[in-house]
Design a protein around this ligand. Structure first.
Ligand SMILES: NC(=O)N[C@@H](CC(=O)O)C(=O)O
Ligand SMILES: [Zn+2]
Ligand SMILES: [Zn+2]
Length: 422
């Protein structure tokens, strides 16, 4: 189907219209005879963009491949994802970045933009090939050692300096290792004491954010804060923005919805880094996403095979799935309580993440002349999440069995349907 009309669809600004699509773009008027698709009652959002996805290829294709992760993304309404560098081997050279870029092209259902490592092997010792990865076919613009925090301040400063000439961005997993006790695997607080688990105090996050925003100011470079989870971290970002520092921050769906109380049964599906926090932090995150202090929602989709999760809580791998329920959770936590309208959702899940990653052709308004990257949404539909009804190869879905919005009807990448609900 090269030309069609999505008729009677609502737009994020509340208007109702017909969207004409031809040759992958939104056009004034589709050719006569183009199919009309009745979209009354549905809302069109610009295709969602995730700046933080873990695809596990190469290295752990049993947990996720680029192709399976891309299908999960399309089911979640995404048209572009950024693939984190903590694969095996780590994505720290131009050649490795191009390999993943090519796997993304072959998968074809979302645009896969590669994130390069900041340091070789994520070891935090010497810089990876930042410039070469940028100039490669993969055109890397974002760099991250995610999973590991770049602890060395001088290396962090060098990385920020390196990417400034080409307007790159350094995305930090903000966690000061020396502030967490041995075996830290959850939020430090009353519950961690009761459960006998080692905790990460919130200040372990905020001190790194504070250090890094000062380095971003000193270098004039762009810093992105991955998966922010604390009220203190939010305050530092708010202060830095007011000062004119070039910093952006993301929050994950799970940190918007789930709290420390999930841990009472030691279910390792809820083990994640940074850890689930208490309600005061969750409230601070929701408020900051609403007022724009937090710029974007990013999934931190982290598939893990059963043999990496079926362990005592302290030994299990951290991370949970996120792509397929990201919009569901944002509707539940932000739209339903009236904290974000649909234009706000389009901003935090499409326009702004595309801008952070400097992704051309994504995060664009639904306007004539733009690529037809969009997701059709049923704003009212609810459903019980079933971890087995997933395109991901992994089953570590923290929403399994919960009744949540189930909005995604169809996703289009440059006019081509990449997902439609059966
Ligand atoms: N979030 C996680 O708990 N795990 C991520 C790494 C990361 O995002 O830090 C993973 O790669 O599994
Ligand atoms: Zn991380
Ligand atoms: Zn991550």
């Amino acid at each position: 189907m090269t030309a069609y009309v999505l008729s009677g669809v609502s737009l994020p600004d509340g208007a109702t219209t017909d969207l004409h699509v031809a040759d992958g773009h939104l056009v004034d008027e589709a050719p006569s005879g183009a199919e009309r698709v009745d979209c009354s009652g549905l809302l069109a959002l610009p295709g969602l963009v995730d700046v933080h996805t873990h695809l596990r290829e190469p290295g752990r294709e049993d947990a996720e491949t680029v192709a399976s992760g891309a299908r999960a993304a399309a089911r979640g309404g995404f048209t572009a994802v950024l693939a984190m560098a903590n694969t095996q081997p780590v994505t720290d050279t131009a050649e490795k970045a191009e390999h993943i870029h090519d796997l993304g092209l072959a998968a074809g259902v979302v645009d896969v933009q590669v994130i390069g490592a900041i340091t070789k092997g994520l070891r935090g010792e010497e810089l990876a090939e930042l410039g070469l990865m940028h100039r490669s076919r993969a055109g890397v613009t974002m760099f991250s050692d995610d999973g590991m925090c770049v602890q060395d301040a001088s290396l962090m400063r060098k990385a920020l300096e390196w990417v400034r000439p080409f307007d790159g961005v350094i995305a930090q997993h903000s966690q000061e290792a020396t502030l967490a006790g041995p075996g830290a695997c959850c939020h430090e607080g009353e519950l961690s004491g009761r459960l006998g688990l080692g905790g990460w105090p919130p200040v372990a996050e905020s001190v790194i954010i504070a250090r890094d925003v000062m380095l971003a100011e000193a270098t004039g470079s762009r810093l992105h804060v991955c998966h922010i989870t604390t009220a203190e971290g939010v305050e530092v970002v708010r202060w830095a923005k007011a000062r004119g520092i070039n910093v952006t921050a993301e929050v994950t769906p799970h940190h918007l919805l789930l709290g420390t109380e999930e841990l009472v049964d030691y279910d390792t599906v809820y083990k994640v880094n940074p850890p689930l926090r208490t309600s005061e932090h969750i409230e601070a995150l929701r408020a900051a996403l609403a007022d724009g202090t937090i710029d974007a929602v990013a999934t931190d989709h982290a598939p893990h095979a059963p043999q990496d999760k079926d362990h005592a809580f302290v030994d299990a791998r951290p991370g949970m799935l996120g792509l397929e329920q990201a919009l569901s959770v944002v509707i539940e936590t932000m739209v339903k309580p009236g904290r974000l309208d649909w234009a706000g959702v389009a901003d935090r899940m499409s326009h702004t993440p595309a801008r952070i990653a400097r992704l051309a052709g994504h995060g664009r308004p639904l306007a004539v002349g733009e690529p037809a990257n969009l997701v059709l949404v049923d704003p009212e539909r609810m459903g019980t999440v079933d971890r087995d009804a997933s395109a991901s190869l992994s089953r570590n879905n923290p929403y399994h069995g919960r009744l949540l919005p189930d909005p995604v009807v169809a996703t289009y990448l440059r006019g081509r349907e990449t997902y439609r609900r059966a």
